[in-house]
Ligand binder design. Sequence first.
Ligand code: NAP
Length: 250
Amino acid sequence: MSFMDLSGHAALVTGGARGIGRAIALTLAGRGADVAVLDLNAEAGQATRAEVEALGRKSAFIACDVSDPAAIETACKAALEALPGLDILVNNAGITRDSLLWRLSPADWDLVLRINLSGAFHFTRLLTRPMARKGFGRIVNIASVIGEMGNVGQANYAAAKAGLIGLTKSVAKEFAAKGITANAVAPGFIETDMTAGLEEKVREAMQAAIPARRMGVAQDVANVVAFLASPESGYVTGQVLRVDGGMLMG
Ligand code: NAP
């Protein structure tokens, strides 16, 4: 058996159609896991499912809006039906709705909290039961350095990601004795559709603040998730692992 071998394990990756989620789905599959891809976007989600299958793994695409608790319940049932051994959950689906605080609408506050934070709670509540029965589980929540630093124009996003870190630590404490770990990965500035729209000025300023002098790529995040999903990370729980080229330290 090689290091970080995920054969015999099965994962659910939310927001797995595109960007960081897609890289996570393919990386876990590349290491031997079966992977259910959950997303709003059916076309891209089905394409990722086909890529997972091309790696020789079992997969399923599950259409779900993670802002809807009833849809999450249906999706978890479908995921467990498709992959009964599901023991890895990656809460990756996330959005931004940036605005300075005085202009931030209550609707955009609620939506960002529902998708980036409450969704992770609902999936964790439903999927920790089968993990506990198995005596093995890995939960990886994709947070952000913004959840630790705060950011102008991102009060909703920062609050959601800070909340996700608090959720991670509480779940870690509650489930540690059952063989289930919960960790957060906090990416810095990663090249995906989410950051593609940033002005060149902002991009240059951010890059100058990164000791590695480059933006990250989705694979940088996926590599760390693969470790946290693996049996070898069993004594790591309740941690926040930054994948940010050294942007935030301490
Ligand atoms: P992305 O390219 O925008 O991809 C996000 C994925 O989540 C998309 O596939 C999207 O589906 C899906 N999604 C959005 N809302 C959803 C919903 N309500 N229900 C189900 N799926 C939904 O973003 P990304 O950059 O890969 O970000 C992935 C995660 O990393 C997010 O949690 C983000 O906050 C975090 N992160 C990213 C960065 C960065 O620099 N990129 C930095 C720190 C943290 P659609 O295709 O339908 O939109």
